[in-house]
Design a protein around this ligand. Structure first.
Ligand code: FES
Length: 160
């Protein structure tokens, strides 16, 4: 089954967009309610999406997979122009916003990958090395959470 949108099509129905983007129509309606994508209405009150909405949806999906909060996605998509198809330069602005956040997530994931077989200082005292690495859960005095894993840095203006 082909999911191609005709190359001549400048707009897509909700079904066409859903099929080509690989998402449910309910997801598209949700994104629209959340202000992440926009459509125009036909005289018959049907939604029509500009073709570049496919790229926005792909960006939303990829960002969600990386754990980006919806509010942050909305914020960076707000940097794109509403009145024309975003250019590479527009997307570069969005990408620059994501860089610091992605670098931080990569750092946290690498630390998780590298330290998960050791004591992470979470207070469980459940593996043999905990008695040495976190005797009597002393790391709990420093604060909550897994003290030997990187703690997320507060995101300026973010809501993580
Ligand atoms: S792994 Fe939880 S305290 Fe060591």
């Amino acid at each position: 089954m082909s999911t191609h949108l005709s190359w001549k099509a400048k707009e897509a129905t909700v079904g066409e967009l859903a099929e080509r983007a690989g998402v449910a129509t309910s997801a598209l309606r949700f994104y629209e309610r959340e202000g992440l994508i926009h459509s125009r209405r036909t005289s018959g009150n049907q939604r029509r999406y500009s073709r570049d909405t496919l790229r926005r949806v792909a960006f939303i999906r990829a960002s969600q997979r990386l754990g980006m909060p919806l509010a942050a996605i909305r914020e960076v998509l707000g940097l794109l122009p509403d009145n024309r198809t975003p250019t590479r330069e527009d997307w570069a602005r969005v990408s620059a916003c994501w860089r610091a956040d992605l670098d931080e997530r990569i750092r946290l994931m690498q630390q998780l990958r590298d330290n998960l077989t050791d004591c992470i200082g979470c207070g469980c005292l459940s593996i043999d090395v905990c008695a040495l690495a976190n005797p009597y859960d002393r790391l709990g005095d420093e604060g909550p959470g897994a003290r030997r894993l990187a703690q997320p840095r507060p995101c300026p203006g973010g809501e993580d």
